[in-house]
Design a protein around this ligand. Structure first.
Ligand SMILES: C[S@@+](CC[C@H](N)C(=O)[O-])C[C@H]1O[C@@H](n2cnc3c(N)ncnc32)[C@H](O)[C@@H]1O
Length: 414
């Protein structure tokens, strides 16, 4: 894959939040699909004409099309209502779209995929089955939950993020995603400073109200992120809430600002000039609520492109140093040396982690830079990579070393 060319197909593209963010990061979106005509219209108006109305259940029809396009990445957020806290959580046709996503990835076989959903999806039967398919197809998987407010979005929206790359070890992007997280969450005041400096009404308010889930808090100060946007976020407080407010409200809900649709759209990461066309108001609210915030997509896209270009390596995990000390009685200096050699090996491998040891070895030996190193240095790097692999096996099964781990250990020691 050319480092800077990531030809991408988005499935379940909605109004286009995910595509917008990935485009900003540098992905080339070559095709997008959604079953909703209205969403397709909004996407076409703002993102591009490469979007099509289609029911993605028709795998026989869509699969060959995707395969023919030979994408480098397939991305998408299958419908989440069957999993989400706001829905009834019975796994029906919408949950099955997670399987459809996985099947289409397996058919198109891109180097990368990104799937996003609500955090609860990680516990679903649909995702368990989808994951098995993707692993069997050869994808290493990074699966994590990210809070959008730490990735440039003024909203405490948590999302399950699954990133797959062919041939990787699971967790290959964990440390890079963690490193991209900001120290502090983005707040509504930050948004007003950066993007909506003329919004006098909201800027001068002490707090704002958003329709809570069940018994959640309704009122927040401008120095907090908004809660996760839902279709009804900008509804006024109901009499029931006004009579029995949440004890954590900083001011009475009746005195708090009510967000406008434009403000909620900005909180979801859509730019101020986003055009919703003639879409009915309620449907705009739904599309906004469904969206994946573009700044979060951009941050994830940057992490992926940096790794694809070989400019980042995964951080050494867990207690590797401690394990070296316990198992081999290594000194601090020796542990440092092993880690330095391991990181050097990983840089030569352009950050790839390789699920298969043989593939890692072959990639290393075929690397021109590696071949030019002195024999002793090459041997040190090979050993460091091998030892790390043993540690990874043992750290998964901490009680007893496995036969395979023991065999590799003996070979390394010999
Ligand atoms: C969570 S939203 C996607 C949001 C999108 N990623 C964004 O950032 O705006 C899920 C989308 O799946 C679409 N959808 C639901 N069932 C579908 C199907 N059978 N085929 C295609 N799209 C479908 C919905 O219309 C909705 O736009």
């Amino acid at each position: 894959m050319d480092q800077l060319e990531v030809r991408t197909i988005e499935l379940f593209s909605g109004a286009g939040g995910l595509s917008l963010g990935l485009k900003r990061a540098g992905f080339e979106i070559i095709q997008a699909y959604d079953s909703s005509n209205r969403a397709v219209e909004v996407y076409r108006r703002n993102v591009g004409s490469h979007v099509w109305q289609a029911d993605l259940k028709n795998i026989f029809e869509i699969g060959p099309k995707l395969s023919a396009l030979a994408p480098h990445a397939v991305v998408g957020g299958p419908p989440c209502q069957d999993f989400s806290a706001a829905g009834d959580r019975i796994e029906g046709e919408r949950a099955a779209m997670t399987l459809v996503f996985a099947m289409l990835v397996c058919i198109a076989k891109p180097e990368w995929f990104i799937m996003e959903n609500v955090p609860r999806a990680s516990k679903s039967k649909a995702w368990a089955e989808a994951r098995i398919m993707l692993v069997r197809a050869g994808y290493g998987i990074t699966q994590t939950t990210l809070n959008a407010s730490y990735y440039g979005v003024p909203q405490a929206r948590k999302r399950l993020i699954v990133i797959g790359r062919l041939g990787e070890r699971d967790g290959f992007l964990d440390s890079s995603l963690a490193a991209a997280r900001s120290q502090e969450p983005m707040t509504i005041r930050h948004m007003l400073r950066n993007d909506l400096p003329d919004d006098v009404m909201l800027s001068s308010a002490d707090a704002f109200y958003t329709r809570p889930f069940y018994s959640g808090r309704g009122v927040r100060t401008l120095d907090e992120p908004a809660p996760s946007v839902i279709r009804t976020t900008r509804e006024r407080p109901r009499p029931h809430y006004l009579c029995s407010p949440h004890p954590g409200d900083p001011i009475p809900a009746a005195q708090a600002a009510i967000l406008t649709q434009a403000q909620v759209s900005r909180i979801q990461g859509f730019p101020s000039d986003w055009e919703w066309g003639n879409t009915p108001c309620r449907e705009i609210d739904q599309m906004i609520a469904n969206a994946f915030p573009a700044p979060l997509a951009e941050a994830i896209g940057n992490v992926i492109l940096t790794r694809a270009a070989g400019r980042s390596i995964p951080q050494i995990e867990g207690h590797f140093g401690q394990w070296l000390w316990k198992r081999y009685g290594m000194s601090k200096a020796s542990i440092r040396n092993i880690k330095t050699r391991l990181n050097r090996g990983r840089r030569l491998l352009k950050g790839r982690t390789f699920s298969e040891e043989a593939a890692e070895g072959a990639a290393l030996e075929s690397c021109e830079h590696f071949r030019q190193l002195p024999k002793g240095t090459r041997s040190d790097i090979r050993t460091a990579l091998k030892i790390y692999r043993v540690w990874q096996i043992e750290s998964l099964l901490p009680e007893e070393p496995t036969d395979r781990a023991s065999a590799v250990l003996e070979a390394v020691a010999a």
